[in-house]
Design a protein around this ligand. Sequence first.
Ligand SMILES: N[C@@H](CCC(=O)N[C@@H](CS)C(=O)NCC(=O)O)C(=O)O
Length: 217
Amino acid sequence: MSLSLYGHPFSSYTWKALIALYANGTRFEFRGVGEGTPEHDAFVAAAGPSGKFPVLRDGEVTMFEATSIIEYLNRNHPGPAPLLPADRDEAIRVRMWDRVFDLHVMDVMQEIVFEYIRNPGNPDPAVRERVEARLDRSYRWIEGWLETYAQRDRVTLIACAAAPRLFYAAWVYRIPANCPRLQAWRAHLLALPPVVRCVDDARPYRHYFPLGAPDRD
Ligand SMILES: N[C@@H](CCC(=O)N[C@@H](CS)C(=O)NCC(=O)O)C(=O)O
């Protein structure tokens, strides 16, 4: 088998690539990082400038950055679930919305996660306040966008990005009642079979979550 994905079952960015692979029934080998396989760790460390995962290997081709991995899979290993629209203008919009979930949901929630890693006994309440305000703003924007987003039932690059981001972000700051469409979409995404598989495979690692994993999902 020539396709391998390097990552970790608890990693949100690894989920993003895994959802794309699972949705298309793509055959690949999963190579765990930080799991007692130093050759996997070394491969990831050398693959890109950040040493972060996921990393995809396809024969001689190495791809890092989850969005780029999905673009590569869509072009080179297409399956029943097209991950990007064929229309080039529509594809530009999909790429822009993908950025919303990485930059305006995931990056925001990571600020509080890093604060708890730095300062587990005494996290700065100002960080929590800032993160909650920014997540609230992102949630409200997504709530409005969902009114017009027609592909919300399909697994595309957007679902690959949104499912892991909303899964973990709602552990930090729950989606408020004034965002009912977003609450429903998160539940819908978490019920999709590729996402269920990621959530279940990550269950043994929930104690890694620096804020403490809530007793739900
Ligand atoms: N921009 C990267 C971010 C990847 C990322 O942050 N990966 C995390 C795991 S979710 C990681 O590798 N953390 C380990 C580290 O920072 O050394 C992408 O989109 O793939």
